[in-house]
Design a protein around this ligand. Structure first.
Ligand code: PLP
Length: 384
């Protein structure tokens, strides 16, 4: 049975060109980039190239990139750094729809004495910027707002939010794990202090990430030890992953415009194909301010998990919420924050595409899904 993989916001396939680039660093090029000998030094040069490539995609200076182990580490480092650099400031602002990498850290910090404001969203998943402005206090240390939501793809107005933060002298972090490589960005022209990236969301492997820290932003390291990453993140560098992340960023940068158009075309085909053929289905998230690869649809009266199981029988991979929370039958915190009615919230499916999807795969899903929904509704005690 073939696999139709539409769960790219959970993780992506490593691009074959990325794999090719990283493989020698597992075998013949195993040197330590910190070594004095040229065997290690040559590896260090390749890491410099990787850093240049990441910076190229983000539109920043390579010195502003710190390699990490994942998006979660980058988010944790940014927020903890802001708090440590401002010990008198105890207030954190974030949103109710963040990934647990930010949300659970923020909740954990409350237990340690910090104060937290969690901004709500409207029914399309958008923020109220007046509410954001009103929530800023004299002791606000950091505002952390994601660039793109992992469940719905909804984009937040990062420029406006960053400008609000800057005008009030507050540090600003954005979790851009889902946005990097999918929408163009130029950090040299944005007053963003920190930005988190994860390799496995953009066709590099799992276990590598990066944190952008603006040159002028005070920084306190999270990992303390050796001098790696100029003392900003200790620990011998995971070279193969870093090389892979560099290549993945280069590919993303070269193809972003063309890819967005083709991925968006397939996503729109899937979206309209489903919404037009299945009654009592609705889009979750912003209709236009949205990642080009993501569509989240609710089907009234049925459970998302049941839909996933039947899709799985056809080799179709999707998600019923955040990958990290699947397994739990609670409706997603994102859909709850958007006020999606209970009868819809339980039956939500996220399809997330990549450049490796084809029109044939999308048409296969459009053909297989309606009978699945019909079958489940015929068994549902809640169905009209
Ligand atoms: N932030 C967002 C928006 C995500 O979607 C994810 C992963 O799903 C993360 C952070 C965590 O990234 P990682 O899996 O690299 O720790």
């Amino acid at each position: 049975m073939r696999t139709v993989y539409l769960d790219n916001n959970a993780t992506t396939r490593v691009d074959p060109l990325v794999l090719e680039e990283m493989l020698p660093f597992f075998s013949e090029r195993y040197g330590n980039p910190s070594s004095m000998h040229s065997f290690g030094g040559e590896v260090g040069k390749e890491m410099t190239l990787a850093r240049d490539r990441v910076a190229g995609l983000l539109g920043c200076d390579p010195g502003e990139i710190i390699f990490t182990s994942c998006g979660t580490e980058s988010d944790n480092t940014a927020i903890r750094s802001a708090l440590e650099a401002n010990p008198d400031k105890k207030h954190i602002i974030t949103t109710k729809v963040e990934h647990p990498a930010v949300l659970n850290l923020a909740k954990n910090l409350v237990k340690k004495g910090y104060h937290l404001t969690m901004l709500g969203v409207d029914s399309e998943g958008s923020l109220d910027l007046e509410e954001l402005k009103a929530s800023i206090r004299d002791d606000t240390a950091i505002i952390s707002v994601m660039w793109a939501n992992n469940e719905t793809g909804t984009l937040f107005p990062i420029r406006e939010i960053a400008e609000i933060a800057k005008s009030r002298g507050v540090l600003f972090h954005t979790d851009a794990v889902q946005a990097v490589g999918k929408i163009p960005m130029n950090l040299s022209k944005l007053p963003v202090d920190f930005l988190a990236i994860s390799g496995h969301k953009l066709h590099a492997p799992k276990g590598v990430g990066a944190l952008y820290v603006k040159k002028s932003t005070p920084f306190r390291p999270f990992m303390i030890g050796g001098h790696q990453e100029r003392g900003r993140r200790a620990g011998t560098e995971a070279v193969p992953g870093i090389i892979a992340l560099g290549k993945a960023c280069e590919l993303a940068q070269n193809n972003i415009a063309e890819e967005n158009e083709s991925v968006r075309f397939l996503r729109d085909r899937l979206e309209s194909g489903i919404l037009n053929s299945i009654p009592n289905s609705r889009l979750n998230g912003h209709p236009t301010e949205r990642l080009p690869n993501t569509v989240n649809i609710s089907f009234k009266f049925i459970e998302g998990e049941a839909i996933l199981l039947l899709l799985n029988e056809h080799g179709i991979c999707a998600s019923s919420g955040s990958a990290c929370t699947s397994g739990s039958l609670e409706p997603s915190h994102v859909l709850r924050a958007m006020g999606v009615p209970f009868t819809f919230a339980h039956g939500s499916i996220r399809f997330s595409l990549s450049r490796f999807n084809t029109r044939d795969e999308i048409d296969f899903v459009i053909a297989k899904l309606p009978p699945i929904i019909e079958r489940l509704r015929s068994m549902s005690p809640y169905s009209e």
